[in-house]
Design a protein around this ligand. Structure first.
Ligand code: CU
Length: 176
């Protein structure tokens, strides 16, 4: 009696395993996709939760080769007004500043390297325009520039692309 019961049970188990096999595959793929999407949309930066969401950004660059703020939280899909002011006094040729918002995933060091050879275009490398979400002009002492742009959800690194500055002058914009 036991054996008679066991055989059909094995057959059922095998059938289920076969079905389960293809089901599992589908499930695994779906899970992977979901995970990737979640990583992209929930990626964030520590401390950003303490900031108010604001699409008006005012930021300064100075002679100490620093931005005065390094983290912003904005609403995605709506225009962002960013004003960069160079509050330093050193000449533009030696301490100019701009602000370049890089698209997510762009390698900062690689971009910074390419920017170095773009002196004729305010250090905005024409070969890497697809890496840029937005950028200001290159500013000399006392100058400022206001730009308007819109970001999709994500975490964006911004830098000053003046040669040698991006190591010190960089920050993040979290668009949510
Ligand atoms: Cu700079």
């Amino acid at each position: 009696m036991k054996k008679l019961f066991v055989l059909p049970a094995i057959a059922i188990a095998l059938t289920m395993a076969a079905c389960g096999g293809s089901d599992n595959k589908t499930t695994t793929t779906a899970t992977e996709e979901t995970t990737t999407e979640e990583t992209a949309s929930t990626e964030t930066v520590p401390g950003v939760e303490k900031l108010e969401i604001s699409n008006t950004i005012a930021i300064e660059g100075n002679d100490q080769m620093k931005f005065d703020k390094e983290l912003f939280r904005v609403k995605a899909g709506e225009p962002i007004e960013l004003t960069l002011k160079n509050v330093g006094t050193l000449p533009k040729e030696s301490m100019g500043h701009n602000l370049v918002v890089l698209k997510p995933g762009v390698d900062v060091a690689t971009f910074g390297g390419e920017a170095t050879s773009a002196a004729d275009n305010d250090y905005i490398p024409k070969t890497s325009l697809t890496s840029i979400a937005a950028h200001t002009k290159l500013l000399g002492p006392g100058e400022q520039d206001k730009i308007t742009f819109t970001l999709d959800k994500g975490v964006y690194t911004f830098i000053c692309s003046f040669p040698g500055h991006f190591g010190m002058m960089q920050g993040k914009i979290v668009a949510e």
